[in-house]
Ligand binder design. Structure first.
Ligand SMILES: [Zn+2]
Ligand SMILES: [Zn+2]
Length: 251
């Protein structure tokens, strides 16, 4: 199982070396390639990482903010005109409201993003739901954010990966992530920068990381403020790392 970071940033644009692609992750799990979010430009990041977008069979969106769904139209456009999904099927999963969102997106881009020559399945998920792949299983947790938002936990039966999506502080997330091999945890803001309950500050992210006690925690969805604050910290355990675009983590 391997995680490839397509975008280690979020809504904030950043400057200079701190310009990061928005949220997007590819998971290589068995023979499958699964995407968790796909922000603006992340389809090209997938190609840069040497991964074939036509191999994607499942995409899980945590929520419908543009920094997480920005390249959904790009993916559908690619699959209509350049390549078909290798498996003949594309499954799109999202939080409550996803079906209506997708219908409006397709209407706006009609006919250029409509599925042609393959089967498109669209599924709305809620907290507690489970999804099975060929060699993996995924479960969902509702997390606090300014839009209906889910965290995901994936396992191949041996290793497990948790992705927080965007979230405010919630001890339930630490329970959901407990003991996993890799936790991808949002850390959008330096202390005092975030609107409480919508994103994690550095202190909140560190607290959740400690509570979860995962083998490795990758802080992502970084802004300039949070990245700088994390770098300034001394004595950070080795199992806590900052995400970078195109970084790879093997489990
Ligand atoms: Zn975001
Ligand atoms: Zn968001």
């Amino acid at each position: 199982m391997e995680l490839v970071v397509l975008g280690s940033g979020g809504f904030a644009l950043g400057t200079g070396r701190e310009v990061r692609h928005p949220a997007g992750y590819a998971v290589r799990i068995g023979a499958d390639l699964v995407l968790l979010d796909l922000g603006f430009g992340d389809l090209r990041q997938l190609a840069r990482a040497g991964l074939d977008p036509a191999r994607v069979r499942d995409v899980f969106f945590t929520h419908l903010h543009p920094d997480h769904v920005g390249d959904l139209a790009a993916l559908l456009f690619f699959l209509r005109y350049e390549r078909r999904p290798a498996s003949g099927t594309l499954r799109l999963f999202g939080p409550p409201g996803f079906k209506g969102f997708l219908a409006r997106l397709m209407a706006a881009h009609r006919p250029w993003v409509a599925a042609k020559g393959y089967r498109l399945q669209v599924v709305e998920l809620k907290g507690g739901d489970r999804v099975r792949g060929r060699s993996w299983a995924l479960s969902c947790l509702r997390v606090p954010h300014s839009a209906p938002s889910l965290a995901y936990r994936m396992t191949d039966g041996r290793r497990s990966l948790v992705y927080s999506g965007d979230t405010g502080f919630d001890p339930g997330l630490a329970v959901f992530a407990a003991g996993c091999d890799l936790l991808v945890l949002e850390c959008s803001a330096a202390d005092g920068q975030a609107r409480p309950g919508t994103h994690l500050t550095v202190s909140e992210a560190l607290s959740l990381a400690r509570l979860s006690n995962c083998r490795k925690t990758v802080f992502s969805h970084l802004g300039e403020g949070s990245a700088a604050a994390l770098r300034r910290l001394r004595g950070l355990p080795e199992r806590f790392v900052l995400a970078q675009d195109l970084a790879r983590f093997r489990m």
